[in-house]
Ligand binder design. Structure first.
Ligand code: GLA
Length: 359
C-alpha cells in the first residue's frame, strides 16, 4: 500500500494584514508548527484527527457538507473536480503541533497537507502555486470562508529562514531573508476567533465596495487623492489598506538592510492602525504588543484576522525568551484565558518527510 507522511506548516504574517482580499501586498512566513498527515491510498476518504479525536469518513461520490473539519478535505476534492482533476482517496491520521483555530493558518495547513499528499501519490502534476490557489478555492467556495490567499500561499510556498513578500494580485513573490540573530515568538491569546468571522466578512465587503467605486481591482492602484472621493466607511477602511501596503514595502526593504529596530517600529505602527482604524484588535492583543515592546522587543503586532488569535513578537535571539516569559506572566494576571507562546523557526512549505512503500 502506498503511504506518505506529509508535514504542512502554519504561518505568521509579519506585515500586510487584511490586504490580501484587497489584492495588495503581504509578507508572511511559514513556521515550524505543523499539521502532520500520515496517509495511505484508499478507495474512500477516512481520516482521524488526533487533536479533535474525531473520524471523518466519506465516499468520493458524496461531497455533502457537514459543517465540520471534514469540509476542508471535501473542499479540496471539490476544487480539484472543478478543474477536471481526478484524485483517489486516502486513509490516515492527522496530527501535529499546530494549534487549531489560534490564528496561525491551521485550516490552510490542513488543506495543503491533503492536497500535497494527493498530488504526490496520484501524480496530479500540480505546482505549489496551483496548490495554493486550489486550497483557497476550497475554502472560499466549499467551506464558505471568504479568506484571501495569505495562509494557503504561506503553507505551500514557505522557505526556511525567509519571509515571503507577495503581491497578491500578480501572485509575484520574493523571498526576503530574516536576519539570523532575529527571533520570532508567537503569542496565542487563548481566545479562538469566532466573532472575527462576521467582522472579517463586513470589512471585506466594505473594502470591495470601495474598490468597485473607484473602478480598480487592486488596492495597489489606490492613492490618497482617490480616497477622498469615497463615503466615510469605505474611506476609513481603504485608507488603512493603502497605508498597510506601503508598510509592507517598507518592511521588506528594512529587513533587507537588517534594520530590525526600524522594522519593529513599523510593526507597532501597523498594530495601532489595525486597532484604531480597522477595528480588528482586542484588549488582549493590545496588551501583548505593549508589554513586548516595554520588555525590549523590536516590535509586535497581531497576526492573522485579529480579535484574539495570536500576536507575533520580533526580538533579538538573546532576549526573546525573557520577553515572551514576561508577557506571559503579566498577561495571566490581567486576563482569564490560557495563553501560550512558541519561539518559532521560519520553515519551508509543505513537504513529505517519509515514504513508506512504493510512492
Ligand atoms: C485570515 C485570512 C487571510 C487574511 C488574514 C488577515 O488569516 O485567512 O486570508 O485575510 O486573515 O490578514
Amino acid at each position: 500500500m502506498k503511504k506518505l507522511v506529509v508535514m504542512s506548516p502554519g504561518r505568521v504574517n509579519i506585515i500586510g494584514e487584511h490586504t490580501d482580499y484587497a489584492l495588495g501586498y503581504v509578507m508572511p512566513a511559514a513556521v515550524n508548527l505543523y499539521i502532520v498527515l500520515e496517509g495511505a491510498v484508499s478507495e474512500i476518504v477516512k481520516l482521524k484527527s488526533k487533536m479533535l479525536k474525531e473520524v471523518v469518513c466519506f465516499d468520493l461520490s458524496n461531497l455533502a457538507r457537514t459543517g465540520g473539519w471534514g469540509d476542508y478535505v471535501k473542499g479540496i476534492y471539490y476544487a480539484l473536480g472543478k478543474r477536471g482533476v481526478r484524485a483517489g482517496g486516502l486513509e490516515g491520521v492527522v496530527g501535529g503541533d499546530l494549534p487549531i483555530g489560534s490564528g496561525l493558518g491551521s485550516s490552510a495547513s490542513l488543506e495543503l497537507a491533503v492536497l500535497y499528499f494527493l498530488n504526490q501519490v496520484y501524480s496530479l502534476g500540480l505546482s505549489r502555486i496551483e496548490m495554493a490557489l486550489i486550497a483557497r478555492e476550497a475554502e472560499n467556495e466549499f467551506v464558505g470562508i471568504p479568506c484571501g490567499i495569505l495562509d494557503q500561499f504561506s503553507s505551500s510556498m514557505g522557505r526556511r529562514g525567509h519571509a515571503i513578500f507577495l503581491d497578491t494580485e500578480a501572485l509575484r513573490h520574493e523571498y526576503v531573508p530574516i536576519p539570523r540573530e532575529t527571533a520570532i515568538a508567537v503569542f496565542y491569546t487563548g481566545i479562538k476567533r469566532e466573532i472575527s468571522k462576521t467582522v472579517y466578512r463586513e470589512r471585506r465587503m466594505a473594502v470591495e465596495e470601495g474598490l468597485r467605486t473607484l473602478g480598480v481591482r487592486s488596492s495597489k492602484y489606490v492613492s490618497s487623492s482617490d480616497l477622498v472621493k469615497l463615503p466615510m466607511k469605505h474611506k476609513r477602511y481603504l485608507s488603512y489598506i493603502v497605508r498597510e501596503n506601503e508598510r509592507v514595502i517598507k518592511v521588506r526593504d528594512l529587513l533587507r538592510s537588517g534594520d530590525m529596530e526600524a522594522v519593529g517600529a513599523v510593526l507597532v505602527e501597523a498594530h495601532r492602525d489595525l486597532a484604531t482604524n480597522y477595528g480588528v484588535s482586542c484588549p488582549e492583543l493590545d496588551f501583548i504588543v505593549r508589554e513586548a515592546v516595554r520588555l525590549g522587543a523590536y516590535g509586535a503586532r497581531l497576526t492573522g484576522a485579529g480579535f484574539g488569535g495570536s500576536a507575533i513578537i520580533l526580538a533579538s535571539k538573546d532576549k526573546v525568551e525573557f520577553i515572551a516569559e514576561g508577557v506571559l506572566s503579566n498577561y495571566v494576571k490581567e486576563f482569564p484565558w490560557s495563553p501560550k507562546y512558541f519561539i518559532v523557526e521560519v520553515s519551508d512549505g509543505v513537504n513529505a518527510v517519509g515514504r513508506i512503500g512504493g510512492v
